[in-house]
Ligand binder design. Structure first.
Ligand code: C2E
Ligand code: SIN
Ligand code: SIN
Ligand code: FE
Ligand code: FE
Length: 546
């Protein structure tokens, strides 16, 4: 029992202690409760304040919504403005790049300028140095200037002198230019005269020479047309001979007597006639048609005088009045002189040719007379010479012998037996065969011909036939025994003709043969007596039958 009581006593004290604790806590709770009550009152106060504040906030919210709407509008405005700004910004970017590029350029330039600047600085320094030097030099120059002014004054004087001399020189230069032009003109004139001289010396054809002269007249005297009229010595009328630059043939009909028309007047008065305006004088111009057709305005006519004789007139025509030229008349006179010489020497030549022709004609009739006389010695051979001459020309032509040589063939044929003049009648006319002695004489006749004719220059080229017509192709002929082509060709041709005609006709020593027999005979001698080619040609060209 005592244990239980001790335990109870402990439990009791425990409980008493727990009570005290609970009372403490309750006291604390009362305090806490009071605290809470106080706090509640505070919270109610705050709630009331919050309601008020809430109302205030609601009001503020409405305000904010209004503003928000306004901000939306403002925002759209700003968005629009933003787009503008972006565009501008893009533009600015481009502009910026441009500026950047320009900046770089400017930087480059700046760098260059810096370099240039340094250069200039350097130069400036140099210039300053020089300036300093120049100052020194300037002082020197100032001094010299004074000297120079003195000299300048002297030079002004000298200059005036030179100006005066220059004027003199210019005058002289102008004179030299004129002199040069004159020289050039004279040179051209001389060249023209040389051409004319060459034409006169180089040609005996007057037409050709006059054409050269007129060509020079036309170009050197610068005329439109020029003509030469010559005096016909028999009729004493001036007739057209050559012309250049005419449009019609009217000039060619010019026929004027001495003293008639301007042409005749130039000839009669032996001086150049000049008519500056044909139109004013047209009634006097007989060749009115010429004037009308050609439209000539001025006329010059210069007489052609050689050896004191007027032999024609050189006429020149202009269609427009020529520029006044004092040299024209002088040169026209010179050209007229040349023309007169050309005309004179041509007429001399024509005269010479005429007298030569007369002389030759006289010779030829002499030759014909001789050969005829020869034929006449024996009536039976009459006509032989003329026949063989005719045939010889025919055969020679066929053989291609030139016309020039044919003259000699003709004379040679006519004279082929001229040497028989040295053969006595008793041999020549002997009716029978010749003795050996007689043959010696007979065979002399070609040599006689040679001796007779060779001293005559005119007949020297005609000797081949008389001297060689009895030579034979095989070398057995006479007088020299020539062989083949040693025998002159014309003589080879002629030998056939001579035998042909001799056999065809009667001779004192025998009767003429028939043509058939002669033909056969000649053919049989081909290659021995006669040149085979010549025989073939003879039968082809002279006696057609084969
Ligand atoms: P021609 O009478 O003019 O004869 C020229 C040539 O023709 C002769 O040159 C000869 O080649 C030829 N011929 C002429 N007749 C005959 C002929 O009967 N028979 C032949 N075979 N050929 C003939 P050739 O022989 O040199 O004689 C030269 C000239 O000598 C002859 O010229 C003639 O004048 C003269 N002649 C020649 N034979 C005789 C003849 O027998 N008697 C006379 N009297 N004269 C003669
Ligand atoms: C001329 O002088 O040639 C002819 C002039 C005339 O016919 O009047
Ligand atoms: C001849 O006409 O050529 C001379 C004449 C003759 O042969 O007798
Ligand atoms: Fe003969
Ligand atoms: Fe003969």
């Amino acid at each position: 029992m005592e244990k239980r009581a001790a335990e109870l006593a402990v439990a009791n004290r425990e409980l008493a202690f727990q009570n005290e604790e609970k009372e403490k806590r309750a006291a604390e709770l009362v305090i806490a409760d009071q605290e809470l009550l106080y706090q509640n009152k505070e919270k109610e106060k705050r709630a009331a304040e919050l309601v008020i504040a809430n109302q205030e906030l609601l009001f503020q919210n409405e305000e904010k919504e209004k503003r928000a709407a306004e901000l939306v509008v403002a925002n759209q405005e700003l968005l629009f403005q933003n787009e503008e700004k972006e565009k501008r910004a893009a533009e600015l970017v481009v502009a910026n790049q441009e500026l950047l590029f320009q900046n770089k350029e400017k930087e480059k330039r700046a760098a260059e300028l810096v370099v240039a600047n340094q250069e200039l600085l350097f130069q400036n320094k140099e210039k300053e140095k020089r300036a300093a030097e120049l100052v020194v030099a300037n002082q020197e120059l100032l001094f010299q200037n004074e000297e120079k002014e003195k000299r300048a004054a002297e030079l002004v004087v000298a200059n005036q002198e030179l100006l005066f001399q220059n004027e003199e020189k210019e005058k002289r230069a102008a004179e030299l230019v004129v002199a040069h032009q004159e020289t050039v003109r004279r040179l051209k004139n001389i060249q023209a005269l040389q051409k004319i001289d060459q034409a006169i010396a180089g040609s005996l054809d007057l037409d050709l020479t006059l054409n050269v002269i007129l060509e020079q007249v036309k170009t050197q005297l610068n005329v439109d047309a020029a003509a030469v009229l010559l005096l016909n010595q028999h009729t004493q009328i001036f007739e057209f001979k050559a012309g250049l630059g005419f449009r019609s043939k009217a000039i060619e009909r010019s026929r004027l007597r001495l003293g008639e028309g301007y042409c005749g007047r130039a000839a009669l008065e032996r001086r150049t006639v000049s008519i500056p305006n044909l139109l004013e004088n047209s009634s006097q111009f007989d060749r009115a048609q010429l004037l009308a057709d050609e439209g000539f305005v001025t006329y010059f006519g210069a007489p052609l005088i050689a050896k004191g004789q007027v032999n024609g007139v050189l006429e020149i025509f202009h269609r427009l009045p020529p520029a006044p030229d004092e040299n024209l008349l002088d040169f026209l006179l010179i050209l007229a002189g040349q023309t007169a010489i050309a005309v004179d020497s041509a007429s001399l030549f024509i005269e010479l040719k005429r007298s030569n022709a007369q002389l030759f004609a006289a010779y030829d009739s002499t030759i014909e007379g001789w050969s005829h006389a020869l034929d006449l010695r024996d009536k039976e051979t009459e006509g032989h010479t003329l026949r063989v001459t005719e045939m010889a020309l025919k055969l020679a032509r066929a053989a291609g012998i030139t016309e020039e040589e044919l003259v000699h063939v003709r004379r040679g044929a006519l004279l082929h037996d001229i040497g028989k003049m040295g053969v006595p009648d008793y041999i020549l006319l002997k009716p029978g065969k010749l003795t050996d002695e007689e043959w010696v004489a007979m065979r002399q006749h070609p040599t006689f011909a040679f001796e007779l004719l060779s001293p005559i220059a005119y007949l020297r080229s005609a000797l081949d036939i008389p001297y060689c017509h009895h030579e034979k192709w095989d070398g057995s002929g006479y007088p020299r025994g020539l062989k083949g082509e040693q025998i002159p060709r014309t003589a080879r041709l002629f030998a056939i003709i001579d035998v042909w005609d001799a056999l065809l006709f009667d001779r004192p020593y025998r009767q003429g043969w028939s043509e058939e027999r002669v033909r056969e005979h000649i053919r049989s001698l081909t290659g021995t007596h006669f040149d085979p080619e010549a025989v073939a040609l003879f039968f082809r060209a002279v006696h057609g039958k084969p």
